[in-house]
Design a protein around this ligand. Structure first.
Ligand SMILES: Cc1cc2nc3c(=O)[nH]c(=O)nc-3n(C[C@H](O)[C@H](O)[C@H](O)COP(=O)(O)O)c2cc1C
Ligand code: SF4
Length: 453
């Protein structure tokens, strides 16, 4: 049986309410932290746990917390990144919908560790129904003494606010998020300074993903050392994976890191195999921004070893033969999928979402979309494929924020592993257009759904 830590009580009826959550041991980590630990002890436990940020980059959380500057008389902030706009990723919304008190508990314990007395949950605009759920849970937490002044009779006080964005992918980038939270246009800032030194309102700030903050709860309850025993090597703990595409059982799964990719795709415990028992063609393992891998490379590393669901194993081989765990948005494509048509959907998304501050991203994402569209339209040439390759190379590493890289990597990997499909499209476009594509970016779809209400 799969090991469940974050989702241990997910099937308990009413677990989204305060009373049921509390009856299952909810808020124990706050009690333990505030009554028996000083803030630095909490930071040390998180360090020991080996927890890495679940928002995409996988940066060690305890280390990030220890970078937080503590100038005298200046407030510090904890900001939860609940923007979750990465196409293929929907695990944070699952946590917030079904376990809102887990996030709030994690926010209190983490804010205590960081010395923050005001904290924010910045949530994407399209998740408006979750704003109501979170606000209800927050008012229950206030009513029961977990938020507000002198929590549990200690001298620690915390106010927690939910702040909806306007629905822009770029506002998931932590510095754009902070700009937006300050009421400005969500443009990424040039780093350094990093938020740990000058973040929200110029004060020291930690920005962490929803799942990262939720994971602090079991870490404090079970101790960092025990948490570090779960998972594999530097990929400690469990990870929520949003599984979608051509699989029999799409959904959100909590996996212990280190299970094989094969097991994740084919076992009944998780995805249950490929829909209609077709052949696996490709997988985007960590949200649309990470390189796509063909079936042989996602199942097996270049050394012939079974690939594992872990930061290290998915990255094995670098971008020549590997990819990234990213946000855990696991998109499975069967043999009927057109890689070029899928790529067009991705390219359209990144072009639409570029904030426009830097030329390689602003212009390059548009050029890439147009060239792929030209190929799809039947007017492409073989030189266009080389041009596409050249453009993505000139974006990567040359922009203010990683959205440029995120736009370049899907293009690079599609050409690297599926160049023949681009060539077939150029030579015989009408035959290629018969191939159906299935994937639609969640942002664009959600925006369309909202505009039709
Ligand atoms: C374009 C872009 C979009 C991002 N979107 C998100 C997001 O929706 N949620 C998230 O947690 N991190 C997102 N990130 C990563 C954040 O910048 C940041 O690294 C993360 O919130 C840190 O949290 P963690 O350490 O807990 O992973 C995004 C980054 C980029 C470049
Ligand atoms: S890389 Fe793109 S999204 Fe990021 S700052 Fe530059 S233009 Fe804006």
């Amino acid at each position: 049986m799969a090991r469940k830590i974050l989702l241990e009580h997910i099937d308990v009826p009413g677990i989204n309410t305060y009373d049921v959550y509390r009856s299952k041991g909810g808020y124990a980590s706050v009690e333990k932290a505030l009554k028996t630990m000083n803030p630095q002890d909490v930071v040390e436990e998180v360090k020991k746990s080996g927890l890495r940020g679940r928002g995409g980059a996988g940066f060690p959380t305890g280390m990030k917390w220890s970078f937080l500057a503590k100038p005298e008389g200046v407030p510090s902030y904890l900001v939860c990144n609940a923007d979750e706009s990465e196409p293929g990723t929907f695990k944070d919304r699952y946590l917030m919908e079904y376990l809102p008190h887990l996030l709030i508990e994690g926010m209190i314990t983490s804010s205590y560790a960081l010395g923050a007395n005001t904290s924010y949950i910045y949530i994407r605009g399209e998740y408006f129904y979750l704003v109501r759920i979170l606000e209800k849970a927050i008012s229950e937490a206030y009513a029961n003494g977990w938020l507000g002044k002198n929590i549990l009779g200690t001298n620690y006080s915390l106010d927690l606010y939910v702040h909806p964005g306007a629905g822009a992918y770029i506002c998931g980038e932590e510095t754009a998020l902070l700009e937006s939270l300050e009421g400005k246009r969500g443009n990424p800032r040039i780093k350094p300074p990093f938020p740990a030194i000058a973040g929200l309102y110029g004060c020291p700030t930690v920005v962490n993903n929803v799942e990262t903050i939720a994971a602090v709860v079991p870490i404090i309850n079970m101790t960092g050392d025990e948490y570090a025993k779960i998972g594999i090597g530097r990929s400690a703990g469990t990870k929520l994976i949003s599984a979608s595409g051509h699989i029999k059982k799409p959904g959100v799964y909590e996996i212990e890191m280190g299970i094989t990719v094969e097991d994740f795709i084919y076992s009944d415990e998780y995805c249950g195999g490929i829909l209609n028992d077709k052949k696996l063609k490709a997988v985007v393992a960590g949200g649309s921004s990470v390189p796509i891998l063909p079936a042989d490379l996602i199942l097996t590393t270049a050394n012939g070893e079974k690939r594992l669901m872990s930061y290290e194993s998915l990255a094995d081989g670098g971008f020549a033969t590997g990819t990234m765990l990213g946000s855990g948005g696991f998109i499975v494509m069967d043999e009927s999928t057109s890689i070029v048509q899928n790529l067009h959907t991705f390219a359209r998304f990144y072009h639409h979402e570029s904030c426009g501050q830097c030329s390689p991203c602003r212009e390059g994402t548009g050029w890439m979309e147009k060239i792929i569209h030209k190929i799809l339209d039947g007017h492409g040439t073989l030189e266009d494929i080389d041009l596409l390759w050249d453009i993505q190379r000139k974006i990567e590493g040359n922009t203010i924020c990683p959205l440029g890289d995120a736009a370049a990597w899907p293009v690079a990997s599609a050409i690297r592993h599926f160049r023949h499909e681009f060539e077939e499209f150029v030579k015989n476009p009408s035959a290629q257009r018969e191939v159906k594509y299935y994937f639609h970016c969640n942002n664009i779809d959600t925006a369309a759904a909202y505009s039709s209400i």
